[in-house]
Design a protein around this ligand. Structure first.
Ligand code: XMP
Length: 513
C-alpha cells in the first residue's frame, strides 16, 4: 500500500482519488500522526508528500520523520512536499518574493529524460497548475532538473537512483490535464500492479473490523442513507449479530420510508434492527417551532436522547459505528482554513461517543462517495437503494418552512412521492443529485372544477452537484414541469399551486432551511 502524508493541502483527497483510479490502495495520514513507529508498522511501498499551506521556514513547520528517506521506497513530493524534501535532503528553499505562482503555467522539458515523465511533453510543453509562495532555490545533492516553467526553474526534479521525485505543481488537479499519467508512472516505478479492487477492500476491512471490535458489541444509528447503510452492512459481515442498528423514526420521513428501510435490513439482510417509533415525541417538541435553527437543534438534541435511550438497553455495547466518509475527515483535520461560519447546524451523532464512553468504528473513512456506492454494490445492497438521493437528518422538517403540522407533512409526503415518481418515469433520477418538494407556508386561491380552492403552494427542487457544496438547478423541460404540476394538483389534495425553484447554490442552499 501507498502512504500519503498530508501536510494540509486542500486537494490531498484528489491524490488518493487518482491513485484509486489506478487501482492502487493508499491511505492518507496527517503529518503529525506519522512517526518512526508508524512508518515501521505501515511499511509503505511508496510515499507521497502532499502540498500544504505552510512554509518550511515557519516555526514548527510540518515535517515528516527523517526516517522516511531511509525506507528505501520511492517518494514523490508535491508543491510544499517538494520544498520539504529539498529542505530535508540538503537543498535550499527561499521565501517567495515576487516569484509566487498561482494558476496555469507551462512546463518545458530539460535535456535529460525521466521515466516518471513517460508520455509527457508530446507537444513540447505541458500545462500544469501551480499554487505556491515559497520556491526551491537550490536542489538537494543527487537531484537533477527535468522540467522548468518561467517562474519555477525546478518545476520537476528527481533523483532516479533513489526514486525520489519532487514537483512544484499539482498533478492531481483537473487543470494539470496529463497529471494522471505522472501518478501512473510513479506507481509503476514503485512496483504496484494496479490490482486493488473493492472486493479486496471489503476483505481487508472485514479483517480490520474484527481486530478492532473483538467480541464486543457495536451499535449503529441507521438513517437509511447510503453511508450508514453501507457501514452497517460491512460491519455486519465482519461481526454478525454483535451489531445492533437503531433506526430512529422521527415522523419526518418520506412516504413508506421507515417500512422500506427497516424491511430491507431486517428481512432482506438479516440485521438486528430496533425500529424506534418516536414520531410523537419529535412532532410535539416541534409544535409551534418555525425558526430553522431551533428546528434543527431540537431534532438533533432529541435524536441523541432517543438513540442513547435505545442504545443503553443493548448490554455491553462498546463501539459506535459511523458512516464517516473521507471528505468529512478532511474537513476535521484541515488546519489551513480560518474559522468558517455556521450556515446550518448539521445533524449528526457527534458528541455521543464521549457522552456514552463508546469507541468509534468508521470503516468508510478512507472512501469517497462513489467508492462507498461501489462497496455497497459489492456487499449486495440493491442498486436502487445505493443510487438514492441524499436525505437530510432533520428530514421533512426543513422542507416545511414555518410551523410544522401533521397536515402539512401528510400533504408534503404525497406531493414528494408523485414528483419522484415523475422523475423516475422520465428516466431522470440518476442525472439529478437531489430532488424533493418543499411545502410553502402560504395558501393561495385557485379554481378547480367550478369551485374556488384555497390550498397550499409547493416548490419543486432538483439540483445537479458533485459534492453538495455547490449546486445548480436541473434544467427540466417545460413539458416535464407542466405535466408534473398537473399530476401533483390532481393527485394531492391540499395543493393547488406548484412552482419550480431555479436558485443555484450559492447563493441558495439545496434545502430550504
Ligand atoms: P444545503 O441545504 O446545506 O445541503 O445546501 C447540502 C446537502 O446536505 C444535506 N443536508 C443535511 N444532511 N444532515 C444531513 O445529514 C443535515 O442536517 C443536513 N442538512 C442538509 C442536504 O440534503 C444536501 O444534500
Amino acid at each position: 500500500r501507498l502512504l500519503i502524508i498530508d501536510f494540509g493541502s486542500q486537494v490531498t483527497q484528489l491524490i488518493a482519488r487518482r491513485l484509486r483510479e489506478l487501482k492502487v490502495y493508499c491511505e492518507i495520514h496527517p503529518f503529525n500522526t506519522v512517526d518512526d513507529a508508524f512508518l515501521r508498522e505501515f511499511a509503505p511501498k511508496a510515499v507521497i508528500f502532499s502540498g500544504g499551506p505552510s512554509s518550511v521556514f515557519a516555526e514548527g513547520a510540518p515535517m515528516p520523520p527523517q526516517s522516511v528517506y531511509d525506507l528505501g521506497v520511492p517518494i514523490l513530493g508535491i508543491c510544499y512536499g517538494q520544498q520539504v524534501m529539498m529542505h530535508n535532503l540538503g537543498g535550499h528553499v527561499e521565501r517567495g518574493h515576487g516569484t509566487a505562482e498561482f494558476g496555469r503555467a507551462f512546463v518545458t522539458p530539460a535535456t535529460d529524460r525521466l521515466p516518471l515523465l513517460e508520455g509527457w511533453f508530446a507537444a513540447d510543453r505541458e500545462q500544469v497548475w501551480m499554487s505556491h509562495g515559497d520556491h526551491v532555490s537550490k536542489i538537494a545533492p543527487g537531484f537533477k532538473v527535468y522540467g522548468t516553467s518561467p517562474n519555477a526553474p525546478f518545476a520537476i526534479t528527481g533523483d532516479p537512483a533513489r526514486n525520489f521525485y519532487a514537483v512544484q505543481f499539482h498533478p492531481e488537479v483537473h487543470h494539470t490535464p496529463n497529471g494522471a499519467r505522472l501518478y501512473e508512472n510513479f506507481v509503476r516505478l514503485a512496483g504496484f500492479t494496479g490490482d486493488w479492487t473493492m472486493a479486496a477492500y471489503r476483505e481487508e476491512m472485514v479483517t480490520r473490523i474484527r481486530e478492532q471490535v473483538g467480541d464486543a458489541k457495536v451499535i449503529c444509528a441507521l438513517s437509511g442513507g447510503v453511508d450508514s447503510s453501507v457501514a452497517a452492512a460491512l460491519i455486519h459481515e465482519a461481526v454478525g449479530d454483535q451489531l445492533t442498528c437503531v433506526f430512529v423514526d422521527h415522523g419526518l420521513l418520506r412516504l413508506n420510508e421507515a417500512e422500506e428501510v427497516v424491511g430491507m435490513f431486517r428481512d432482506h439482510m438479516n440485521l438486528q434492527v430496533i425500529h424506534a417509533q418516536e414520531q410523537e415525541r419529535f412532532l410535539s417538541a416541534l409544535d409551534g417551532v418555525s425558526d430553522p435553527e431551533i428546528k434543527r437543534k431540537t431534532i438533533g438534541r432529541l435524536f441523541i436522547d432517543v438513540f442513547q435511550h435505545y442504545a443503553d438497553q443493548i448490554e455491553g455495547a462498546r463501539f459506535l459505528a459511523q458512516g464517516t466518509l473521507y471528505p468529512d475527515v478532511i474537513e476535521s483535520v484541515s488546519f489551513s482554513g480560518g474559522p468558517s461560519v455556521t450556515i446550518k447546524s448539521h445533524h449528526n451523532v457527534g458528541g455521543l461517543p464521549e457522552k456514552m464512553g463508546l469507541k468509534l468504528v468508521e470503516p468508510l473513512r478512507e472512501l469517497f462517495k462513489d467508492e462507498v456506492r461501489a462497496l455497497g454494490r459489492e456487499l449486495g445492497l440493491p442498486p436502487s437503494f445505493i443510487g438514492r438521493h441524499p436525505f437530510p437528518g432533520p428530514g421533512l422538517a426543513i422542507r416545511c418552512p414555518g410551523e410544522i403540522t401533521r397536515e402539512k407533512l401528510e400533504i408534503l409526503r404525497k406531493a414528494d412521492a408523485v414528483y419522484i415518481d415523475q422523475i423516475r418515469r422520465h428516466g431522470l433520477y440518476d442525472d439529478i443529485w437531489q430532488a424533493f418538494v418543499a411545502i410553502l407556508p402560504v395558501r393561495t386561491v385557485g379554481v378547480m372544477g367550478d369551485g374556488r380552492t384555497y390550498d397550499f403552494a409547493c416548490a419543486l427542487r432538483a439540483v445537479t452537484s458533485v459534492d453538495g457544496m455547490t449546486a445548480d438547478y436541473y434544467p427540466f423541460s417545460h413539458d416535464f414541469l407542466g405535466e408534473t404540476a398537473t399530476r401533483i394538483i390532481n393527485e394531492v389534495q391540499g395543493i393547488n399551486r406548484v412552482t419550480y425553484d431555479i436558485t443555484s447554490k450559492p447563493p441558495g442552499t439545496i434545502e430550504w432551511e
